[in-house]
Write a protein of this length. Structure first.
Length: 369
């Protein structure tokens, strides 16, 4: 019987063998894809000083993080809710003198105090890559292709990308569609919700066409081009087209130029990645600046928990039963070949009890009857 103390807090769960096996395999395959492109793995700690985590990236708040006082320093610590700012710290400190562009990748657990309705889990496995020292079209194209390859390596299919321009309102408000500084955030908010009436009420009538400049990439980019006043968006439009060309037919591409949910710290380019069968987005990426140094960077983060429903079923691996008195050298040879073994601990142990598919008989490994 389960006792109250045995229950886990809301948003947390045990990953039992099948799920843990799938996440481990997906992590290994995705990291392998990143490694093959020259991205070196780093492993930052679960806990850091709160101010460090909050200060490395615009839009990152510690309000949703688990925080507590460090008994050694008496300073406030926080459990990370995003690994990306930690890579910014590493790039700015321990690897400040490393050759740029710096290619790093990572994988680890992140937690948050409060989840949302679309992603109720409060602990997730985050995996990603950062290209530090560049936020050019070439860098963005490399990161988008790498994100696709990392997901493809896990076996997921039917990939799609949604491009956005996180700094679009700021760019237009400067000259093309002038806005007073105190109205910019209100216009952003109404564009986020696609509320035409609200947009007009806050003085953003000129921005109404942007609500409809979303959809399949070829049509949406033309609508954005038609909206462009004075060519202020020409370079961004050209950049989006170049990135889309680099992707080719590997993924379906859509464009939502005003989308900002989750892109608060991004600069001129952002993207969201989806896969067929996944219940929500797999993750996001784009260009940004590292807080404290202002160094440009481009990267992406994926959440393997969201990817699980999109992965093909993993077949179970054979398990070889080792009876009492078995040949230990033969058993070792089986394991060196990649086979799994389970040894009997008493005469009462049987292959069926241990869930074995094969049995070691003498020097031969044979299927269980």
């Amino acid at each position: 019987m389960t006792k109250t103390d045995d229950l886990l807090p809301i948003g947390l769960e045990d990953r039992l063998p099948a799920v843990a096996r799938s996440i481990t395999a997906a992590m290994r395959d995705a990291l392998g894809a990143m490694d093959s492109h020259g991205y070196d793995r780093v492993s930052p700690p679960l806990v850091e000083f709160e101010r460090s985590l909050a200060g490395r990236m615009d839009g990152v708040s510690t309000q949703k993080q688990f925080r507590f006082v460090d008994p050694a320093s008496l300073r406030t610590l926080a459990l990370r809710s995003d690994i990306t700012p930690q890579l910014g710290r590493i790039a700015s400190t321990n690897m400040a003198t490393a050759q740029r562009p710096l290619r790093l990748c990572y994988a680890g657990e992140v937690t948050t105090m409060v989840a949302d309705q679309l992603a109720p889990a409060r602990q997730r496995t985050q995996i990603g890559a950062e290209l530090i020292g560049a936020d050019t079209v070439a860098a963005a194209s490399e990161i988008v292709r790498l994100a696709l390859e990392a997901v493809e390596a896990t076996g997921a299919r039917g990939l799609s990308l949604d491009f956005t321009l996180p700094d679009l309102v700021d760019t237009l408000a400067t000259d093309a569609f002038p806005l007073e500084a105190d109205r910019i955030e209100a216009v952003r908010r109404e564009l986020d919700t696609k509320d035409a009436g609200g947009l007009v009420s806050v003085g953003g009538e000129a921005y109404l066409p942007l609500i409809h400049a979303a959809g399949p990439f070829p049509e949406a980019i033309e609508r954005l081009r038609a909206i462009d006043a004075g060519g202020v968006l020409a370079s961004r439009i050209e950049a989006l087209e170049a990135i889309a060309e680099a992707v080719g037919d590997r993924a379906r591409i859509t464009l939502d130029p005003t989308e900002r949910h989750g892109f608060e710290y991004q600069s001129w380019f952002g993207f969201t990645l989806y896969a067929e069968g996944a219940r929500r987005s797999l993750g996001r990426g784009g260009t940004y600046s590292i807080g404290g140094t202002g160094e440009a960077a481009t990267g992406f983060s994926l959440y393997l928990d969201a990817l699980l429903p999109a992965l093909p079923a993993m077949p179970g691996r054979d398990l070889v039963f080792l009876p009492l008195g078995h040949d230990s050298s033969k058993a070792a040879a089986l394991r060196s070949e990649g086979r799994r073994t389970a040894a009997a601990l008493s005469d009462s142990d049987t292959p069926a009890q241990l869930g074995c598919s094969h049995i070691l008989q003498g020097s031969d490994c044979v299927p269980c009857a």
